[in-house]
Design a protein. Structure first.
Ligand code: FES
Length: 491
């Protein structure tokens, strides 16, 4: 495997000052307990605190360091080609709701950044969807018409203002970009200033109902009237979410760039392979962030190759310097391209709320769904309930399980820094060598529903090809739906 350049990790997380909230120890009671300190969780928490509710937030790792911190963080109602699709499939009324909901989410972010003086590199930018192919120009034209139909300002251009050839572009003016981790740290500060309590390194190991909802971690428990599971993919839900969604990843790279002006805007291509571009910055200066095409989590045995291809594409098309950062980001697609959010089963599981399936557009959708959940808890009806209905019908053949891509015949096939899955009878062993060559092993059986994990040779993680759980090389949980680590195995 070629050596990948750049530091592993998201440039947004690297540029933010790390939070240091305590671990939960002991038992607490609150009006609401939020599981996950990403954009949905902290939006819900702040909205509830503003309404005078007592709130506890439990984060398994660090605030803003997971899915939101790995996103492209575009604050926009332009979600590639979406409005034509929504009008044609779910109708004009819901397409209108989608546009209005995401406009409200974008406005909520701007308002909170102003009201709470959150330093998060918020920058107004135009958003562009572009094609480099003459044959796909008509789709951009149709999207412009659809966007105008739902009241969005959308300009059709002959080309996108990027340093490579394009044949058509759709511009949404006055959108924005920011550093999502810095934003979430600002929201967390606003939550604690209003009496909310945040705990990090406090992973929910069980969520059960007694007279109230009880969320248990390794160090303690929280009892609350409402629980909000805001963990990207739900770690628990009365209505199964894993089979309504499909986990998918992107590769992302942040390059040093001397002058960000040649890329003035946020861009997403519709061609295959598709790319997404925006600028940003870390402590050392300006960056250009580029994303490659999506792939199903755990379905590619050579993720490192995707980074090499992305770097090659960026060097050919953009004025980039050294690779500074690289990371994979994960999200979940839904069949109708609309997230699931709200109370999935108000009759049998009242007070249990979820949000998932953001189709890679979680910044505005995550903000508006977090706001909606808080409003519903406070007894304020929300216009978006029908749009995001988490129990709406779905095509049962949408979700597909994958297979491990990492089966090897012996540990001799595993080079330093690499991992592989060895099958011994019924037992499947996920073995990896550290960079010194020492061999370690955990069970390759995912603790969610028993699929066999794949080795991600770029992030050095074990990724589940069924519902997208991600485990560190040592088996600890990075991303659910799994809540328990991979079992330790002595070789
Ligand atoms: Fe469901 Fe692994 S995430 S089986």
């Amino acid at each position: 495997m070629a050596i990948l350049l750049g530091q592993p990790g998201s440039c947004w997380v690297a540029a933010a000052t790390a939070t240091d909230f305590p671990r939960l120890e002991g038992s607490l009671r609150a009006d609401a307990v939020v599981v996950g300190a990403g954009i949905v969780g902290l939006t819900t928490a702040l909205r509830l605190c503003e309404a005078g509710r007592s709130v506890v937030v439990l984060e398994g790792l660090r605030t803003g360091g997971q899915v939101t911190g790995r996103s492209t963080a575009k604050i926009t109602t332009q979600h590639a080609l979406i409005y034509r699709h929504l009008i044609d499939t779910v109708g004009l009324e819901l397409a209108q709701d989608y546009a209005d909901a995401n406009s409200a989410g974008a406005q909520q972010i701007r308002d909170w950044v102003n009201n709470h003086a959150i330093a998060c590199d918020l920058d107004s930018k135009d958003a562009y969807t572009y094609t480099c192919s003459e044959s796909r120009r008509a789709e951009v034209v149709a999207e412009a018409e659809a966007a105008r139909q739902v009241g969005l300002e959308a300009d059709l251009l002959d080309r996108a203002p990027v340093p490579f050839e394009t044949t058509a572009a759709l511009r949404f003016p006055d959108q924005a970009q920011f550093n999502p981790t810095m934003y979430l740290i600002g929201l967390a500060a606003a939550v604690t200033a209003r009496g909310g309590r945040i705990f990090e390194n406090s992973r929910a190991t069980s969520i059960d109902e007694a007279s109230r909802w009880r969320v248990v971690t390794d160090g303690g428990a929280v009892d609350a009237g409402d629980v909000i599971v805001a963990t990207n993919m739900t770690v628990k839900s009365p209505v199964g979410m894993a089979n309504r969604t499909q986990p998918r990843c992107h590769t992302a790279m942040a390059f040093r760039i001397d002058d960000p002006r040649p890329v003035d805007g946020m861009f997403i291509g519709i061609d295959d392979p598709t790319h997404s571009i925006r600028t940003g910055r870390d402590a050392e200066g300006p960056l250009l962030v580029a994303l490659g095409p999506k792939f199903n989590t755990g379905w590619d045995g050579d993720v490192a190759r995707r980074f090499i291809e992305l770097e090659k594409w960026a060097r050919k098309n953009l004025p980039v310097g050294d690779v500074a950062w690289r990371w994979c980001n994960e999200d979940y697609d839904t069949a109708d391209r609309i997230p699931y959010a709200g109370e999935p089963d108000p009759t049998k599981a009242a007070g249990f709320h979820i949000a998932t399936g953001f189709n890679a557009w979680g910044i505005t959708n995550g903000t508006v769904t977090g706001t909606m959940i808080a409003d519903l808890i406070c007894g304020r009806p929300s216009r978006w309930q029908k749009l995001y209905d988490p129990a709406r019908p779905y095509p049962e053949d949408f979700h597909k399980n994958g297979r491990s891509q990492s089966i090897v015949s012996s540990t001799h096939d595993i080079a330093p820094g690499m991992g592989g899955v060895i099958v011994r009878g019924d037992e499947k062993i996920a073995a990896w060598r550290d960079t010194e060559g020492a061999l370690r092993a955990v069970s390759a059986t995912c603790t969610h529903k028993g699929c066999t994990v794949s080795w991600n040779n770029a992030d050095r993680t074990w990724d589940c090809p069924c519902h997208g759980s991600i485990f560190a090389a040592d088996g600890s949980v990075i991303h659910g739906p799994a809540r328990k680590p991979l079992a330790q195995i002595a070789l």
